[in-house]
Design a protein around this ligand. Structure first.
Ligand SMILES: *Cc1c(COP(=O)(O)O)cnc(C)c1O
Length: 458
């Protein structure tokens, strides 16, 4: 009870306590993430080569491994004010229900209309595109959160927005599509007949349900061939992790305000942006030798890039037109089973996080989707929030760690990222509630066959 009086259920920051700069984790890494390579030459991509695809200021951020802080432009801070700070919640109800001595906190990023953390980077990317005088941007979206976030950001700055949406999501999540259209975006199911790469993929795999890698190829093709357009990406890239550092900076400021030191920090990992953002300032301290934390990435057993992938250069897209990134990957042709409902379907992982994982600064674990939804249901009934399936991967492992504390009697402090809400994922919840949800784990042979097709790089 004493603790309850001391630490509020929700910790908010005052306006003057909000981060004024993003933190670039790479500045503190001794082993920098490997550079993007031009697939044609095998040499690092130059800013000039990238400028065909990406906005200039974002390229600068992408390639900058040295500048520690980037001031957040006032226009972006003004937009952040509409939905930030996000609350850091002390999960008292969860602790009580679990009867654990662990102290559990979660940073909730679902309090905006797009429903996830993706808006933090979408608004930054739209801002720089507008500042460059562009007409519009193209992108892909898988589950739909990124497309929704980008639509909102583009509407705010008056930019056109063309979204290629993975076909299975387009069909399963018609409501997400309508949110995007309400914000003015043009939404096309991918693969489509609108692009060369889409037509090629459809000819080779008729009836395919699509993949993120394939949608990326289509979005890039349209950006490169349309006047006044560039392509933007909602995860994986260094620039996205930079923008998402706002999550970790707020979390750290809120914890510091009450003198709380976390022992374990947990986040789900698709392309790595929320996790990279959440852990940024903590990992910075770890890299500088100022503090230590256990950091755990959680991924789906059906798309296990960290835990079963290979650390190598690979394409970020199925069409093999994007630069090569060095990352933990299952191969750019890897398409997770259509039975997989829980998001986090990207075949690769942020090069920054891949390097940190490779160097032993963080752990990774994979979980099966039925146990993820068990955790989601338990969390919804206990803490009240209906979590996104992606977020529930982190919940699963947070619950497991809290239960371990119950066994050992250790009073560990656990912080996890609750990245979004599950309102648009009710098809997945329906499958779970009907008992139709199955677990799917790719075989070693399937992964080996996909990884065998990795590009050869010196
Ligand atoms: C996109 C998304 C993720 C995964 O993406 P990362 O780049 O790995 O953070 C996780 N949770 C939610 C709610 C998402 O929308």
């Amino acid at each position: 009870m004493e603790e309850k009086n001391r630490i509020p259920y929700k910790i908010y920051l005052e306006e003057n306590e909000m981060p004024k700069a993003w933190y670039n984790l790479r500045a503190d890494m001794k082993e920098k993430p490997a550079p993007l390579l031009n697939p044609a030459t095998g040499k690092p991509m130059t800013a000039e080569e990238l400028s065909v695809v990406f906005c200039d200021e974002l390229i600068k951020q992408e390639l900058d491994n040295d500048t520690r802080y980037y001031e957040i432009p006032q226009e972006i801070r003004d937009f952040y004010k509409m939905y930030r700070p996000s609350p850091l919640v002390r999960a008292y109800c969860l602790e009580e229900k679990l009867q654990t001595p662990a102290k559990i906190y979660y940073k909730f990023e679902g309090n905006n209309t797009s429903g996830s953390h993706k808006l933090n980077s979408a608004i930054a990317q739209a801002y720089y595109a507008k500042k460059q005088g562009l007409k519009g941007v193209t992108t892909e979206t898988g589950a739909g959160q990124w497309g929704t976030a980008l639509s909102m950001a583009c509407a705010y700055f008056g930019l056109e927005c063309k979204v290629f949406m993975v076909k299975i999501s387009y069909e399963q999540k018609p409501f997400r599509r309508e949110v995007m259209r309400t914000y003015g975006a043009d939404v096309t199911p991918s693969p489509s007949m609108e692009t060369n790469v889409g037509r090629k993929i459809l000819a080779e795999h008729p009836g395919t349900t699509g993949s993120l890698g394939c949608a990326i190829s289509e979005a890039v093709e349209v950006a490169v061939s349309s006047e006044g357009y560039r392509y933007v990406l909602g995860s994986v890239l260094n620039q996205v992790l930079l923008h998402q550092s706002v999550i970790g900076l707020e979390t750290k400021a809120a914890l510091d305000k009450y003198g709380i030191h976390p022992d374990i920090i947990i986040g789900c990992a698709g392309g790595g942006s929320n996790l990279g953002g959440l852990i940024a300032p903590f990992m910075g301290e770890k890299l500088r030798g100022e503090a230590d934390y256990r950091i755990i990435a959680v991924e789906p057993a059906s798309c296990p890039s960290f835990t079963r992938g290979t650390f190598a250069y690979d394409f970020c897209d199925t069409g093999m037109i994007c630069p090569l990134a060095k990352m933990y990957t299952l191969g750019s042709g890897f398409i997770p089973s259509p039975n997989h409902a829980g998001g986090l379907r990207f075949h690769g992982m942020s090069s920054t996080l891949s390097q940190l994982y490779h160097d032993g600064y963080m752990e990774a674990t994979s979980v099966e989707q039925t146990s993820v939804f068990d955790a989601a249901e338990f969390f919804a009934r206990t803490e009240g929030i209906l979590p996104a399936p992606e977020s529930a991967h982190a919940i699963r492992v947070a619950l497991d760690e809290a239960l371990k504390c119950k066994e050992t009697g250790e009073e560990k402090t656990i912080v996890f990222g609750l990245t979004g809400t599950g309102y648009f994922d009710l098809k997945a919840y329906e499958a779970y509630n009907d008992g139709r949800m199955v677990d799917y784990i790719p075989t070693d042979e399937e992964i080996a066959a996909s990884v065998a097709k990795l590009p050869k790089v010196e």
